[in-house]
Design a protein. Structure first.
Length: 261
């Protein structure tokens, strides 16, 4: 069933209208006056041929949420929850009084996009151009030529990581070898994708070799000469040592760890 027709709403003695609450010079408040919202009801009337069932959501509400979502780069959930907190958004979507509940379920926006399709989204864009012309923001002769800056245009490209660049170089070398008639012992065509997936920027630090251990530290003159040496578990000629570090004196004899209480 199609949406309910919009009817004039009388004033409420205990509530203040949104158009009296917000700043009329706000960009959204001014843009709402230049968009032909009745055109959405005429354009989308063919989506609801049946006259039975639950009334559908108002077209202005759906169109307004889609405009806000695209303008502020929000998800379905973010634009719906932000609509509750922003009176300008509610006024832009056709509300008369401030609302405290969700206008629609976020999943409804997905169904509406599937319903209107790509042609409907292009038609939404055309309505914004008409609104800009009505507000005299742009001139009609400006529409004869469109200039697109490709530096900020979204493109479906892969990020050039180190592993991908190395694999691309390997592919070029294998191709050149095949063109030159060279027979390679192994071209790594099967192993390269697996190695690329295993590549990770966070790798564990390698173990510090024994020869790279910090030099021995001794006490200042006046005290007993005591050196600290870190011995890995299980090394040495004697029996396996206990877990932890071993503290030895300069002469090689084990030092007393602590006074027994």
């Amino acid at each position: 069933m199609g949406p309910k027709p919009s009817v004039p709403i009388s004033n409420d003695l205990f509530r203040q209208r949104l158009d009296e609450l917000v700043n009329p010079r706000h960009p959204l408040a001014q843009l709402a006056q230049h968009i032909d919202w009745s055109g959405f009801e005429r354009e989308w009337a063919g989506f609801f041929p049946s006259h039975r069932g639950r009334p559908e959501t108002a077209p202005r509400l759906v169109a307004g949420l889609l405009y806000l979502q695209h303008t502020f780069a929000l998800s379905d959930e973010e634009v719906v929850w932000g609509w509750i907190e922003n009176p300008y958004w509610q006024l832009f979507c056709g509300e008369t009084w401030f609302q405290h509940n969700l206008p629609i379920d976020p999943s409804s926006l997905t169904r509406w996009r599937q319903r209107i399709g790509a042609e409907g989204m292009e038609w939404l864009l055309a309505q914004t151009i008409k609104a800009a012309t009505s507000a005299q923001v742009i001139k009609r002769r400006s529409l004869n030529k469109v200039i697109v800056d490709s530096t900020v245009q979204e493109k479906a490209i892969a990020y050039p990581t180190d592993s991908k660049l190395l694999n691309r170089g390997r592919e070029q070398l294998v191709k050149l070898a095949a063109e030159a008639g060279m027979t390679l012992r192994q071209n790594y065509n099967r192993e390269a994708p697996k190695l690329g997936r295993q590549d990770c920027p966070l790798r564990p630090c390698p173990a510090i070799p024994a020869h790279a251990q910090p030099p021995e530290e001794t006490q200042d003159a006046g005290g007993p000469s005591l050196a600290r040496r870190i011995t890995p578990i299980g090394q040495g000629t004697g029996a396996p040592q206990a877990q932890g570090h071993r503290l030895t004196a300069a002469g090689g004899a084990p030092a007393q760890a602590a006074a027994q209480g």
